[in-house]
Design a protein. Structure first.
Length: 404
C-alpha cells in the first residue's frame, strides 16, 4: 500500500463509522424481525460506531496533542488496524446471530473478540510509542496516556465478552457482565472521552482551559475502572467502591467544565454552540447514571444503566464531539470551518431538548406505547446528525473551492 496523505487517510479511516451508522439505523428499523435485537443494536453501536470512532480520533488527536504529525508512511498500518478491527466486529456479530441455530456459536464470537482485542492492543502500543517519541515535556501527554489506557480496557472487555458468549456457571455470568460493561463503557469509552474533552471542551466553548485537571482525573478514572472491574468478580458492593472512585474522577474534571460554562454565561458572544451543549448534557447523564449505578450496587441489587450510559452519555457526546471535530479537521480556513459548523448545528437547541426529553421519557414511562413514542422522539433527534453531516461536508467543500 502506498503512502497516504492525512486527508486521504482520514477519509478512508472514517468511512467505517459512517457505514456502521447506516447499519445501526437499518437494524433499528428491522429490530422486530431480528433475533436478540437489544444485543445487536448495543454492539453495532459500541463496537461498530464507538470503537471505530475512538480508534480514528484518538490517533488524529494524539498527533495534535503531542504536536507531532506522523509521516505519511505510517498511514497504511493505521488503516490495516481499522480494517482488522472491522473484520473482528463483523465476526463477533455474526457469531451471536448464529446463536439460535448453532450451539457452538461462541467459537465464532470468541474469534472475533480475540481479533478486536489484538487490534486494540496494537493500537495502544502504537499510541504509547508516539508518547515516548514525543518526550515527557508535552502538556497534553496525560490525555494521550488516557487513550492508551482506554484501548487496554477494551482488550479486557473483549476477553470478558468472549467469556460471556461461551456462557458461565451460576452467578459468574452476571458478575462478568458487570465487569464487561465497566471495562467497555467506563474504561474504554469513558477514558477516551475524558482524554479528548480535557482539551476539546474548552475549545468548543472558546474559553481557556480550567487547569490541568487531566493529570488527576485520568489516572484516578483508570484506577477506579480497574477497581470496579476486579471488584465485580467479588460481588456488587466491591464493584460499587470502584464506581464511586471513577465517578469522583469525572466529577473533578466536570467541575472544570462547569467553570468554562459559567465563564461563557457571563460573556456569551456567540460561544454557546450545539457541540458544547450536547457534550455538556451527555456528561450530566454520565455522572447521574454512575451515581445511580453505585447506589444500586451498594444495595445489592445491581442493574446496569445501559441505556442511559450508551444513549444519554456515549451517543450524545459522540454526536456533539463529531459536530465539532469534522469541520475543524476538514479545515479550509475560518469561513469554511464556520460554514461546516453552522450546518451541523442546525436546530441545535431543538435536537438537544428533544433527545434528552425523549430519552428521559423513554426511561420513565411505564406503558409500552409511551415508551415507543419517546423512543422515536429520541431516535429521530439523534439520527438527524446523519443528513446534517453529509450536508455540512458538501457546504464546507464548496466554501473551500470558492476560496481557492
Amino acid at each position: 500500500m502506498t503512502d497516504l496523505s492525512p486527508r486521504t487517510w482520514h477519509r478512508r479511516a472514517s468511512r467505517p463509522v459512517s457505514v456502521w451508522m447506516v447499519v445501526f439505523l437499518l437494524a433499528a428499523l428491522a429490530s422486530p424481525l431480528i433475533s436478540q435485537p437489544r444485543w445487536l443494536l448495543m454492539h453495532i453501536f459500541t463496537l461498530g460506531i464507538l470503537t471505530n470512532s475512538v480508534v480514528l480520533w484518538s490517533q488524529n488527536l494524539t498527533e495534535r496533542f503531542l504536536q507531532r504529525r506522523l509521516d505519511d508512511s505510517a498511514r497504511p498500518a493505521q488503516l490495516t488496524r481499522i480494517y482488522l478491527l472491522n473484520a473482528g466486529v463483523i465476526t463477533v456479530i455474526a457469531g451471536q446471530l448464529l446463536a439460535p441455530a448453532w450451539g457452538r456459536h461462541w467459537v465464532v464470537t470468541g474469534a472475533g473478540a480475540a481479533l478486536v482485542a489484538a487490534v486494540l492492543a496494537w493500537h495502544a502500543a502504537a499510541l504509547g510509542g508516539q508518547v515516548r517519541a514525543a518526550g515527557p515535556g508535552k502538556r497534553h501527554r496525560p490525555a494521550v496516556l488516557g487513550y492508551v489506557a482506554a484501548s487496554l480496557f477494551l482488550v479486557v472487555g473483549a476477553v470478558l465478552g468472549a467469556a460471556l458468549a461461551a456462557g458461565l456457571p451460576g452467578a459468574w455470568q452476571v458478575r462478568v457482565l458487570h465487569a464487561h460493561l465497566l471495562a467497555n463503557v467506563g474504561g474504554f469509552v469513558g477514558l477516551a472521552v475524558m482524554a479528548s474533552l480535557s482539551v476539546l471542551f474548552p475549545a468548543m466553548w472558546r474559553v481557556n482551559g480550567a487547569g490541568d485537571r487531566d493529570r488527576i482525573s485520568i489516572p484516578l478514572a483508570a484506577a477506579g475502572t480497574a477497581l470496579a472491574v476486579v471488584g465485580s468478580f467479588a460481588g456488587p458492593r466491591a464493584a460499587a467502591a470502584g464506581v464511586l472512585v471513577y465517578t469522583a474522577a469525572w466529577a473533578w474534571m466536570f467541575l472544570g467544565f462547569v467553570a468554562n460554562v459559567v465563564a461563557v454565561a457571563r460573556d456569551p458572544r456567540g460561544r454557546i454552540s450545539f457541540p458544547g451543549v450536547s457534550v455538556f448534557a451527555g456528561l450530566i447523564w454520565l455522572l447521574a447514571s454512575m451515581l445511580w449505578y453505585a447506589a444500586r450496587l451498594f444495595a445489592g441489587a445491581p442493574e446496569p444503566p445501559s441505556l442511559a450510559l450508551l444513549m444519554g452519555f456515549a451517543a450524545q457526546v459522540l454526536i456533539g464531539t463529531m459536530s465539532y471535530l469534522i469541520p475543524t479537521t476538514m479545515g479550509g480556513g475560518p469561513a469554511a470551518v464556520r460554514a461546516g459548523l453552522a450546518e451541523l448545528a442546525r436546530a441545535g437547541w431543538l435536537r438537544v431538548i428533544a433527545f434528552n426529553a425523549g430519552l428521559a421519557g423513554w426511561l420513565a414511562a411505564d406503558s409500552p406505547a409511551a415508551q415507543g413514542v419517546f423512543r422515536i422522539i429520541a431516535f429521530v433527534a439523534l439520527v438527524s446528525f446523519l443528513p446534517l453531516m453529509a450536508r455540512a461536508a458538501r457546504v464546507q467543500v464548496s466554501a473551500i473551492k470558492g476560496l481557492s
